[in-house]
Design a protein. Structure first.
Length: 226
């Protein structure tokens, strides 16, 4: 599912369910990073890294540890850019050579409404108005959850380029739909703070794609090279 949102240069690996039998052992450094975590967190940690290791192999890169860095962002091996995501019953990793893309971000969420009161904390007034129009036209999509996921993907693509926090209200996301049997489309995130420099150019926005399938909403952002 995640593959359809990403360019051909990206290797994406996903897994469904919460079966632990398909999880490769963690590297000692990774084990140390989650030694004090609860069981659910350890399973999530191992699950996405199992996907990441397969993605590395498909890229022709020897599997290496993926340790959490600042704010928990994954520290990828030299020469790679990537992103990981997990939610109930799903996990995925996407990797690309840094010469092909400057950054990327992926996110998966259960296709269900956000908890009461959350939308007002993540959405700008303009975004809420646009979501209301989308909901009137396409009531089968939980647009509030889609907006949350899109902003998560934006942040995951932003942070490796800047090393800085990006607040929910510092990007204005506009979602569009595409024709087809399944709900899908694109989104554009206009940055409301100075964007990162990529190959000498200052970015003013990020572009992304989304889909809804199998009880999930999945989003992805890619940042191309100049």
């Amino acid at each position: 599912m995640i593959e359809e949102l990403l360019p051909d240069s990206v290797v994406a690996v996903e897994a469904y369910g919460d079966d632990e039998t398909d999880l490769a052992p963690l590297h000692p450094e990774e084990q140390a990073a989650v030694a004090r975590a609860v069981g659910k967190r350890r399973r999530e940690f191992a699950g996405v890294r199992a996907c990441a290791r397969v993605a590395m192999e498909k890229l022709g890169v020897p599997p290496r540890p993926v340790l959490p860095g600042e704010r928990g962002a994954p520290r990828w091996p030299e020469g790679l850019a990537g992103s990981m995501t997990h939610c109930e019953g799903y996990r995925a990793a996407a990797l690309v050579r840094a010469t092909d893309l400057a950054s990327l971000g992926i996110d998966a969420e259960p296709h269900a409404p956000l908890p009461e009161g959350v939308l007002s904390t993540i959405a700008l007034p303009t975004e809420e108005r646009r979501l209301a129009r989308l909901a009137a036209l396409h009531p089968g999509v939980y647009w509030d959850r889609l907006l949350f996921s899109a902003k998560e993907s934006v942040y995951k693509a932003w942070f490796p380029l800047t090393g800085k926090w990006l607040d929910f209200e510092e990007a204005d996301v506009e979602v569009s739909t595409a024709a087809g049997p399944a709900p899908r489309g694109e989104f554009r995130a206009r940055l409301l703070v100075p964007g990162p420099l990529v190959d000498g150019r200052r970015l003013s926005h990020f572009e992304g794609r989304w889909t809804v399938s199998q009880g999930l909403v999945v989003t992805a952002v890619t940042v191309p090279r100049a």
